[in-house]
Design a protein around this ligand. Structure first.
Ligand SMILES: [Zn+2]
Length: 91
């Protein structure tokens, strides 16, 4: 049992996370044995992180503005605009 000291972003368990090979972009992937999901810490694109869409929508809806939202989340303005367009379509 190799402890990696990584917390699962889905169930927040740190005890049951093990290494799970490399992702397509060469990042270390991890697997949580508690909820059986895989994830990686260093996503190639910040916008691909779980919950990022919700964060973008939340910030934009709370008058943070597209520019401030992009800066706060370290993503591009284009990503914010695209995400908001898609989110509106979902509603
Ligand atoms: Zn988990």
């Amino acid at each position: 049992m190799v402890k990696v000291g990584v917390k699962c972003p889905f169930c927040e368990q740190a005890e049951s996370v093990k290494k799970h090979g490399m992702g397509t972009t060469g990042h270390q992937r991890y697997r949580c044995q508690s909820c059986c999901r895989t994830f990686q810490l260093d996503y190639a694109y910040h916008a691909c992180q779980p919950g990022m869409k919700e964060k973008i929508v939340y910030l934009a809806m709370n008058n943070a503005g597209i520019r401030d939202t992009a800066r706060a989340l370290h993503i591009s303005i284009n990503t914010v605009v695209r995400t908001l367009k898609n989110a509106r379509r979902d509603v």
